[in-house]
Design a protein around this ligand. Structure first.
Ligand code: FAD
Length: 484
């Protein structure tokens, strides 16, 4: 049912005509996030400028039971910001101020639309930085990072977004504005901040975030090492960690990913190697020297065919440019692709990569791999051609790979979230009771199911139900199931 004119008028009275978008050409801009295979054009897009505006928008939605979806930069890869039919999108990009950098307490206070890289840019003059660094950091927002509990290359040593967020100010689905967590180191009561981190926009809208900043390391040593096989590279990762070294980052790329990234950026990767690792060490000069010698010895032991150490900050940036551009660069070698995201125990990396290769050849599709190897966080990219009718096969292969990660003792997602993409796979990882607890938690925040419905959990645990206005399920009407 389309949103009627009086409801639109309420939003216009709050935000002004310019910040309420209903022109179908412009609303189409918001029809998907980075998971471009799923598209829903929203009825309205709202562009608030303050936290009070956001609260006002949500109050109108609550009054009329209109489903809403918060949106940052729309770089999510699991369909988390996919609009809901008959619903509104609340775009947070205009709340984009760095409100405070407090070097003495090593904190920054941010509006949700500040990009990840802008945090470090604001902190850098004080010798500080924000550690979680998704490869999309130039554009993704801190609001999206909080919702997805985002990671990145340096999360191996420094942890995910949740480890760096002290508090969040949030508009709850009834329109009330609350602060979860505290800016002091110790907190009392249950960790509601922790509940919110990684809840994928299903519990409310972030309007302010206080983050922890870290001191910029004295030195960073970045090296690029080629190996005769992905398995050899995987063994190097295990051996580095087994030696007691925690590098700032360990990233792996296979031949297909290298071909794409090198073609796009000229980062200096070898085109004839089956696998390459980017290893970064940070700390004091002494620490880095000692660890570098150990890492070099481990690489040599596993048949390293080339080891190149970045000789300057510009060379380091070049190595990282290749890695960070790799997802997008895959567009050079395939008309379409799906980025999958799963985790396996580090020790099973080689085995899982072999299985993925086998599954790809059975499906008649190529799979490129570029991933945070140190965390066991895989990003298989399933390459396909929609024009050649391969979409369904690619989606099936991508889901099968995520479920393989669970089978191997890992998880459905390392950092990109569950979203709409993997909600139906959640029962592969969690039991009925586990899902019921998550569902009850969600209901405590959002009893009317208007906040990003259809994401994260199968809704109402039966897959295939379309998001939209709340309608009782036929089984519920028949008194056979109960909505908690
Ligand atoms: C090329 C590329 C590389 C990537 N690399 C990484 C990586 O290394 N690590 C990683 O973790 N991710 C990565 N991602 C995924 C993505 O960038 C992250 O999930 C990011 O945190 C999304 O931020 P966003 O601002 O784009 O959020 P969106 O895509 O707009 O939204 C993502 C989710 O957050 C919710 N949300 C957004 N803003 C708010 C808010 N203010 N309040 C409440 N909920 C909100 C949305 O409803 C949605 O559920 C990558 C994506 C791309 C395209």
């Amino acid at each position: 049912m389309p949103l009627d004119a009086p409801i639109r008028a309420e939003f216009v009275a709050l935000l002004g005509d310019q910040d309420v978008i209903d022109d179908p050409v412009r609303t189409r801009t918001y029809e998907c996030d980075g998971l471009t295979g799923n598209r829903v054009v929203p009825e309205l897009v709202l562009l608030p400028r303050t936290a009070d505006d956001v609260a006002g928008c949500v109050r109108i939605c609550a009054r009329h039971r209109i489903p809403f979806v918060a949106r940052g930069a729309g770089t999510g890869l699991s369909g988390g910001a996919l609009p809901v039919a008959d619903g509104v999108v609340i775009g947070l990009n205009r709340l984009n101020r760095v409100l405070e950098v407090d070097p003495e307490n090593r904190r920054a206070v941010l509006e949700p639309g500040v990009t990840n890289l802008e945090i470090t840019a604001a902190a850098a003059p004080h010798g500080l930085y924000f550690a979680p660094d998704p490869s999309s950091q130039q554009v993704c927002t801190i609001g999206g990072n909080v919702a997805e509990n985002s990671g990145g290359a340096h999360c191996l040593k420094y942890g995910f977004t949740t480890n760096h967020v002290l508090s969040v100010e949030v508009v709850l689905p009834d329109g009330s504005l609350v602060t979860l967590g505290s800016d002091s180191a110790e907190q009392q009561g249950p960790d509601l901040r922790g509940v919110f981190l990684g809840s994928e926009g299903t519990l409310g809208v972030v309007t302010k975030v206080t983050v922890r900043l870290l001191r910029t390391p004295e030195v960073m040593r970045t090296l690029l090492a080629d190996f005769p096989s992905v398995a050899a590279g995987g063994q190097v990762v295990s051996d580095i960690v087994a030696a007691g070294i925690v590098p700032a980052a360990v990233e792996m790329m296979d031949a297909l990913a290298i071909e794409a990234a090198e073609g796009a950026t000229g980062a200096g990767y070898s085109l004839d190697t089956p696998a390459a690792l980017v290893v970064e060490l940070d700390g004091t000069v002494e620490e880095c020297d000692e660890q570098f010698a150990q890492v070099k010895e481990i690489c040599d032991r596993h048949g390293c065919t080339r080891l190149h150490v970045a000789g300057s900050p510009a060379e380091r940036a070049k190595i990282w440019r290749g890695r960070k551009a790799a997802f997008a660069a895959v567009g050079r070698i395939s008309p379409d692709y799906i980025v999958q995201d799963g985790v396996v125990p580090r020790t099973r990396l080689a085995e899982v990569l072999e299985r993925i290769e086998q599954m790809g050849s059975e499906a008649g599709l190529r799979v490129a791999n570029v991933f945070h190897a140190g965390d066991g966080n895989l990003h298989p990219l399933v390459l396909f051609s929609a024009a050649a009718g391969e979409t369904e096969r690619a989606e099936e292969l991508s889901s099968a790979i995520a479920e393989l990660c669970v089978e191997m003792g890992g998880s459905l997602s390392g950092e990109h979230g569950i979203g709409t993409d993997k909600a139906c796979s959640m029962p592969k990882m969690f039991g009925e009771e586990d899902l019921a607890v998550m569902d009850r938690l969600r209901s405590a925040f959002d009893p009317d199911r208007i906040c990003n419905p259809g994401k994260l959990l199968p809704t109402p645990r039966l897959c295939g139900e379309k998001p939209g206005h709340y309608r009782p399920h036929p089984l519920e009407e028949a008194g056979l199931i109960e909505r908690l």
